[in-house]
Design a protein around this ligand. Structure first.
Ligand code: 4AD
Ligand code: MG
Length: 431
């Protein structure tokens, strides 16, 4: 394989003449000098074209290049203490690959709607590439964590016959002579796999026809969902806490430069250490009421409430034991108090809201049938799921983490639309 040289490794070539290929990020000229900011996906380097140092055609070309033109640049790698990279390129030669004309995203402020319409180009900005690299790191760290801890990856289907998280947010599609639904969660399949393999996780795109336009909701998002046989609620919370700490630590280790591009307050992420505070739902309501929020016991803890609660803590907080009435059908009730579900949510700090939702699962056949009926779901659709309660049923628990919620928090970006390459929102299906 031919070795290509990338900007991020430029230090290895100090003093040598090399060729870089990429796109023109920005340009500045002053008489005899043209400064080209070249980006190649791995970094940005300043390439200095001196009128006396190149042919007349090359100088003219350099001077006429427009933003985002693709070029190949040959020159000498020089140390430059002032540049963030530590190096610049003294240009000897320059070839045009394609001249871009009137790139729509000029280096100035644009409105969000405009940027979203040009998402396919917006991805090229330093801020967006930093977020994409952090997303890559998060996903890699997630897989690493589960691999290191004895979990097996089991992919769940995307086309499914029934709801997992309530019928209100189902995307329906024709499936030959019946209906199929885009998966809201891989959990039910994860439970089946956990009965085969003990400790599993699934990780894939999930879909919710969310009719709310909030900064925390996408209609298509990626969810990672571990499921563990014989785990109880404490184990589930321990796992969530350990998992979050490991992923945050890996991002801090490998993606500091990108966090700096985003001007993220890294000290806030460094505080993400075990143990996380754990409070019951009842205590959460008390905190809210003390802060003047009127939510009564039994009410939903929504985005505003999550923000109020997170202000009390400097790291994620785990709220547990919610009223069963506001939680999903598959959640096991607390034997100490059947009004409560053995559920837990991890609320991110700094107002990032619920990043994890999980629970102990109801493992008793008759109780589960009753819950399905109470929820108004068709029992037939769950016959295979009920089988898990007939053949060696065991206590088990798991959770789901929305990757984009997690990334938004790590990056310190307020809206989920910047955390996924091509966001799908209620009012956006393009590009
Ligand atoms: O709390 P949720 O609905 O839980 C489940 O789906 C369970 N079946 C997971 C499990 O136990 N295996 O969703 C889990 C997480 C939320 O905490 C949130 O991070 C994210 O998924 N999430 C969304 N992210 C972006 N856009 C949306 N519309 C989301 N809905 C949920
Ligand atoms: Mg939830």
């Amino acid at each position: 394989m031919k070795t290509k040289i990338y900007i991020k490794n430029i230090g290895k070539y100090s003093g040598q003449t090399i060729t870089l290929k990429g796109w023109l990020y920005n340009k500045r000229s002053s008489g005899k000098l043209v400064f080209l900011q070249l980006r190649d996906g791995s970094g940005i380097i300043q390439c200095v074209v001196f009128k006396g140092g190149v042919s007349e055609e090359v100088f003219k070309l350099a001077d006429s290049l427009q933003q985002e033109s693709s070029i190949s640049v040959t020159g000498i790698v020089k140390e430059d203490k002032r540049s963030p990279l530590g190096y610049e390129l003294g240009v000897n030669d320059l070839t045009l690959i394609q001249m871009a004309k009137d790139y729509p995203i000029a280096p100035k402020e644009h409105g969000t709607a405009f940027l979203m319409d040009h998402r396919h180009l917006w991805l090229r900005s330093s801020r967006q590439t930093a977020i994409l690299k952090i997303r890559d790191e998060v996903i890699f760290a997630v897989r690493q964590y589960f691999r290191d801890n004895g979990f097996t990856l089991v992919d769940s289907p995307i086309l499914t016959p029934a709801a997992c998280e309530g019928t209100g947010t189902l995307f329906e599609t024709d499936y030959f002579d019946c209906k199929a639904y885009l998966s809201q969660s891989g959990q039910l399949y994860g439970e089946a796999a956990a009965m085969a393999l003990g400790k599993i996780y699934c990780f894939g795109p999930t879909f919710r026809a969310e009719k709310s336009k909030t900064r925390r909701h996408l209609t298509e998002f990626w969810m990672v969902e571990p499921e563990v046989a014989f785990n109880d609620l404490e184990d589930d919370m321990d796992l969530a806490e350990d998992f979050i700490c490991a992923v945050v630590a890996q991002v801090l280790k490998n993606r500091r430069a990108e966090l700096e591009v985003l001007e993220r307050d890294i000290s806030k992420l460094e505080r993400v250490q075990k143990p996380f505070p754990r409070i019951t739902y009842t205590q959460a309501i008390e905190i809210l009421n003390k802060k003047g929020n009127p939510t009564e016991w039994g009410g939903d803890i929504g985005g505003d409430e999550e923000t109020l609660i997170s202000q009390e803590f400097d790291r994620p907080v785990i709220i547990n034991r919610y009223p069963a009435a506001i939680k999903a059908f598959y959640m096991k009730r607390d034997p100490q108090d059947p009004k409560l579900a053995l559920a837990m949510d991890v609320i991110g700090p700094e107002g990032y809201g619920e990043i994890i939702g999980g629970s102990v699962r109801e493992e008793d056949y008759d109780t589960l049938v009753l819950r399905i009926k109470e929820t108004g779901l068709p029992v037939e659709a769950f016959d295979w799921y009920l089988d898990l309660r007939k053949y060696g049923s065991v206590p088990h628990a798991g959770f789901g983490m929305g990757i984009e919620r997690f990334i938004a928090w790590i990056c310190g970006v307020p809206h989920l639309r910047e955390t996924i390459p091509f966001p799908r929102l209620m009012d956006r299906l393009k590009p």
